[in-house]
Design a protein around this ligand. Structure first.
Ligand SMILES: CC(C)=CCC/C(C)=C/CC/C(C)=C/COP(=O)(O)OP(=O)(O)O
Length: 296
């Protein structure tokens, strides 16, 4: 065969080979496009059936005021967000995100807001973040809201923060609250005895009211520091072991301590790491995957 003659068989094989390569290369994309199309269609039908898009259509048709327009933009934004989150949540989503609330006073100063207004803005941003987390499918969210150190702030500021917390915790219990919308169980974490009575009672009410929610978990750390948490866990572990020793110590001559030591086969370490871990306030959630400190 001269070098100008075409070997049709080889060309055919190459062509088939190329087509196969292209088809293989494109197959996942075609599959993804199909999935995407299917997803858009499902979300559209879901939204349409939920009457939201019908409402938007009716408003455009029959004229609307500013409030209605705002509502429409909110609905569109929520639709777009859910759509984007739907795609994002096809990939791996963090199981636990923690937020350290910070920078509210600096925000307030920068924007010339009155005292305490920065904290209110901070709280409302927090609520938006919570909504996004739950829409994305994050199961555990932790908020570091108020540390034991924060009690050293001026009495007026501490009081105003306690009032804000009481008001917002009461809001969380309401039926239409984000917590009930997404089936979130709330835990208040920290040395709650240090809180003012109204805040403590509100926190206890919120924990009781959401105890049956099981879709997600929100841990709110108030009157919390990690060193206090460790101290509390050690104290609780010691008390637990001491109660066991007292039960075993029927002859009152240290028998309980020896028996427990032998049982655990570690005479020196009557208490071990797993005991401490069990008594940590944060035992209600796994370790966070991401910790976000707001402010810069
Ligand atoms: C129920 C619930 C979760 C309530 C949360 C209420 C709330 C807004 C708490 C934040 C309080 C706080 C001490 C933030 C830290 O510093 P900073 O933001 O005061 O100020 P800085 O870092 O600018 O000094």
């Amino acid at each position: 065969m001269s070098k100008f003659q075409v070997d049709t068989q080889t060309l055919q094989q190459r062509a088939i080979g190329d087509r196969t390569t292209i088809a293989t290369r494109h197959r996942p994309r075609i599959k993804n496009r199909f999935l995407l199309f299917f997803f858009i269609r499902c979300r559209f039908l879901q939204e349409y059936r939920s009457n939201r898009l019908q409402g938007i259509w009716a408003s455009w048709k029959f004229g609307m005021d500013v409030k209605q327009k705002t509502q429409i933009f909110e609905n569109l934004a929520s639709f777009a967000r859910k759509f984007i989150f739907g795609i994002l949540s096809m990939a791996a989503i963090p199981n636990h995100i923690a937020f350290i609330m910070d920078g509210n006073r600096r925000y307030s100063k920068q924007h010339n807001l009155i005292n305490g207004a920065g904290h209110r803005v901070g709280f409302s941003s927090l609520m938006s973040m919570l909504r996004y987390c739950y829409e994305l499918g994050v199961k555990y969210v932790t908020i570091y809201a108020f540390s034991i150190e924060n009690f050293k702030r001026s009495p007026e500021e501490v009081q105003s923060l306690m009032d804000l917390m009481e008001e917002k915790i009461e809001g969380l219990i309401k039926e239409e609250s984000i917590v009930n919308q997404y089936g979130v169980r709330v835990y208040f974490i920290g040395n709650l005895k240090l809180l003012s009575k109204p805040v403590r009672l509100a926190a206890e009410r919120a924990m009781d009211a959401t105890a049956k929610n099981s879709k997600a978990v929100l841990s709110i750390c108030i009157a919390y520091t990690s060193t206090d948490e460790i101290l509390h866990a050690v104290e609780e572990s010691c008390e637990e072991i001491w109660d066991k020793i007292k039960v075993l110590d029927d002859c009152g001559s240290g028998y309980g301590l020896i028996k427990l030591g032998n049982e655990r086969n570690q005479e020196k370490n009557i208490i071990d790491v797993s005991d401490i871990e069990r008594h940590m306030y944060m035992a209600v959630a796994p370790d966070p995957d991401i910790i976000i400190r707001t402010s810069g």
